[in-house]
Ligand binder design. Structure first.
Ligand code: NAD
Length: 499
């Protein structure tokens, strides 16, 4: 099977001009030229098509100083709640206006199908709009204060204040969306921010920087430095003027970041990896469950933190569901992101392709059966055919480790208790999905699943008002919703003696 590369003649003229431009770092409202660059690779062809700056410790320092000035002395700190709402709404409108540019950049950079990229662009604008509703509603509490001093009168209340300069570090899997999940609540709370996008997919963050300026967000409030995790990322985590690190990425990197951030006692939010189970009970609507289980793992080629990568099926319908999901996988069209017929794009890079293929090969060598029929295509691009495997053990790496690719392990269970035990037997605790038409079963199982999110009879779509995040080694803290905003605020207690 061969796959055509992206057809660059399909790109709009704005996108073409954007990728041909040299990109620096967005610091204090200006573009600073990058002193070193990194090639931007098209995952569908393994060919470079643009370049981004390789940010250094000095670039990060300049960005953090700008954010610190904007927070403490500049216009950023003086933005009223209503002004922040207006700016967020303006930015949302600009994202929607530039949806074609942003979707094309995202598809080229990450490899995702253009349709999925467009969904993410409008989703990101939706998160901006949701967070725009918060600034004027941020408030503390006013408890009654009665001290045991005769004749005294006290008044006490709490204020919710922005934490200060935020360092946001995000991954490549849904790059614009991940950036906005940090940027929108940070701005809503009144913080200033330095964003370090992933080196494998930074273009939409750079395009967003242009929109930040166009929206009229004051200089220094949002700063964007591209580059490697071990250079720019680490410098951001170590910087003493950064008050909070909001990180989304792998569990291994999250642990390193947490250790480093402890040295300056920064606040930390960690949205990390997952190995999320899908549970299909025999009393489910099976055709819907089959499509849902397939979408849960194959969307974005499995490169979704909440991907349903372990499928547990009640034994009486095991074959029907496993075969159904495998047929669905075989029907998905692999292709370059810009090809309108593509349903499954390439993986992000060569390392990820080797890693994912390695898991499938090792599982087969130790006895797993591959139900899908397609081999990975012969392509320079980082394509991997979706794989559905049975005859695997719960202790296998295929079932225990995050693969972050289109690979599904399917295992049987006999009863509800066993399903819950298997689902919880993981070091991760990000998400789970549950398929059953029995209301009482749903309510019995749901509270016992150890994870941050449970989807019932649906895939785990994010929604701006609903928090996202994990337990155990999937991290702590939440993005989105009111809790997502809370992570950028701290409480000041005020006590006043009136008499
Ligand atoms: P990664 O951890 O390799 O990189 C993420 C970001 O961290 C990148 O910007 C990278 O440059 C930076 N980084 C790397 N090392 C660093 C260091 N030592 N110090 C500071 N920054 C550093 O993750 P990835 O491969 O880009 O993304 C995939 C991972 O992200 C998966 O594990 C996935 O589950 C996770 N993820 C989680 C969520 C969630 O909400 N829980 C959402 C999306 C992705």
């Amino acid at each position: 099977m061969t796959i055509s590369a992206n057809d660059y003649s399909r790109l709009g003229s704005t996108t073409r001009a954007f990728i041909e431009r040299s990109h620096g770092h967005f610091i204090d409202g200006q573009w600073n030229a990058a002193s070193a660059t990194l090639a931007v690779i098209d995952p569908a062809s393994a060919q470079p098509f643009s370049a981004i700056g390789a940010g250094s410790e000095a670039d990060i320092d300049a960005a953090v100083q700008a954010a610190h000035r904007a927070f403490h002395h500049g216009a950023g700190g003086d933005l009223t709640p209503l002004a922040r709402e207006a700016l967020l709404l303006r930015l949302a409108g600009l994202i929607e206006r530039d949806a074609d540019l942003l979707a094309e950049l995202e598809s080229l950079d990450n490899g995702m199908p253009l349709d999925f990229a467009r969904i993410n662009v409008f989703g990101a604008a939706g998160v901006m709009r949701y967070m725009a509703g918060w600034p004027s509603r941020i408030c503390g509490e006013t408890p009654e204060v009665k001290m045991p001093f005769p004749g005294s009168q006290f008044f006490g209340y709490t204020r919710r204040e922005p934490v200060g300069v935020v360092g946001a570090i995000v991954p490549w899997n849904v790059p614009l969306m991940m950036a906005v999940w940090k940027l929108a609540p940070a701005l809503a709370a009144g913080c200033t921010l330095v964003l370090k996008p992933a080196e494998d997919a930074s273009l939409t963050a750079l395009a967003l920087a242009g929109l930040v300026a166009e929206a009229g967000i004051p200089a220094g409030v949002v700063n964007i430095v591209t580059g490697l995790g071990r250079d720019a990322g680490q410098a951001l985590v170590a910087h003493p003027l950064v008050a909070k690190i909001s990180f989304t990425g792998s569990t291994a990197t999250g642990k390193q970041i947490n250790r480093l951030a402890t040295e300056t006692l920064k606040k930390v939010t960690l949205e990390l990896g997952g190995k999320s189970p899908t549970l299909v009970f025999a009393d489910a609507d099976l055709p819907k469950a089959i499509t849902g289980a397939a979408n849960a793992i194959f969307t974005n080629s499995g490169q979704i933190c909440v991907a349903g990568s372990r499928l547990y099926v009640q034994r009486k319908c095991f074959e029907q569901v496993a075969e159904g999901v495998a047929r669905h996988a075989d029907s998905l069209r692999l292709g370059a992101g810009l090809d309108p017929a593509s349903q499954l794009g390439p993986l992000i890079n060569a390392r990820q392709r080797e890693l994912v293929q390695g898991y499938v090969d090792r599982a087969r060598a130790s006895g797993a059966t591959l139900l899908t029929r397609r081999a990975s295509p012969d392509s320079e691009g980082y394509f991997v055919a979706p794989a559905v495997l049975v005859d695997v053990r719960q202790s296998d790496p295929l079932v225990q480790e995050e693969i972050f690719g289109p690979v599904l392990a399917v295992l049987p269970f006999d009863d509800q208790e066993e399903a819950i035990a298997l689902a919880n037997d993981s070091r991760y605790g990000l998400a789970a999905s549950l398929w059953s038409e029995s209301l009482s079963r749903v309510h019995q199982v749901l509270p016992r699943l150890k994870c941050g999110k449970v989807s019932v009879n649906t895939a785990g779509f994010p929604y701006p008002a609903l928090p996202e995040g994990g337990t155990r080694q999937s991290g702590f803290g939440r993005d989105l919703g009111r809790e997502g905003l809370d992570g950028y605020l701290e409480t000041k207690t005020v006590l006043i003696q009136a008499s």
